[in-house]
Design a protein around this ligand. Structure first.
Ligand SMILES: *[C@@H]1O[C@H](CO)[C@@H](O)[C@H](O)[C@H]1NC(C)=O
Ligand SMILES: *[C@@H]1O[C@H](CO)[C@@H](O)[C@H](O)[C@H]1NC(C)=O
Length: 221
């Protein structure tokens, strides 16, 4: 996975940039005011059509830009919680919850080579059977690593055989160390409440679901 951030395509249901909506109605108001004089009307009509076309190009590109930026920023506030059901010691409860976290393909995606090049993502090491490029999304590699550590610890605690080898465990600890340094979460905790600034997990998962590559890791239960 390239270290460059992924420029997401516009997310479905993203709010339109509200700043731009009034500009259209302002243009239309100007158009109405000039309607008495034929020549002016003609000129205004040309002006307005041109302005609307240009305005809309700007408007559409702003919408795309905003949607892309929104996906890369931290617009979601999530409360800091000491305990959640994901930590439930009853494995029937917690395993069920963990299993719902992964998209089909466990975070593997398949995209066009052109899309990858446009977004400055380095060439894929593997191609899908249809020739397109296969990548993984880092958030789900991190989540996979946490699941590996969790599984290993429960197997250790319950004196069961470890399914993950020691190299994998060490690799996953180091991956999560790098993640923690990368996110450098500055939230001050320890008071009565606190909120983390987060990215939109559901939006990312949805984006992956639309491009999920299931041939390597499977489709998930
Ligand atoms: C674990 O949770 C399941 C599902 O809620 C429940 O049926 C089961 O009795 C629980 N087991 C224990 C040991 O509490
Ligand atoms: C994947 O396909 C691209 C485009 O056809 C090609 O340039 C590249 O060498 C292929 N990569 C691998 C690892 O096969």
């Amino acid at each position: 996975m390239a270290s460059k951030k992924i420029a997401y395509e516009p997310l479905k249901g993203s709010p339109l940039p509200s700043d731009d909506q009034p500009s259209d109605s302002v243009l239309l108001r100007h158009y109405d005011a000039g309607s008495g004089k034929i020549r002016w009307e003609k000129l205004l009509r040309i002006f307005c059509v041109t302005a609307l076309v240009i305005g809309n190009i700007g408007w559409i590109s702003l919408y795309y830009q905003n949607a892309v930026q929104a996906a890369n920023k931290y617009p979601v506030r999530v409360p800091h919680r000491l305990i959640t059901p994901f930590g439930d010691d009853n494995l029937t409860v917690s395993n069920g919850l963990w299993a719902t976290m992964f998209p089909p393909g466990y975070g593997a995606i398949v995209v066009d080579h052109e899309w990858a090049a446009e977004n400055q993502i380095s060439p894929a090491k593997e191609n899908a059977t249809d020739g397109r490029a296969v990548y993984a999304v880092a958030a789900f590699h991190h989540l996979h690593c946490l699941a590996v550590l969790r599984t290993s610890l429960y197997q250790y605690k319950n004196e069961r055989e470890q399914i993950n080898n020691w190299f994998h465990v060490r690799h996953c600890i180091d991956a999560l160390r790098q993640l923690i340094l990368c996110s450098a979460d500055p939230t001050i905790i320890g008071g009565e409440s606190a909120w983390h600034q987060c990215r939109d997990w559901d939006a990312l998962k949805e984006w992956i679901e639309e491009r999920a590559y299931v041939e390597i890791m499977g489709a998930v239960a």
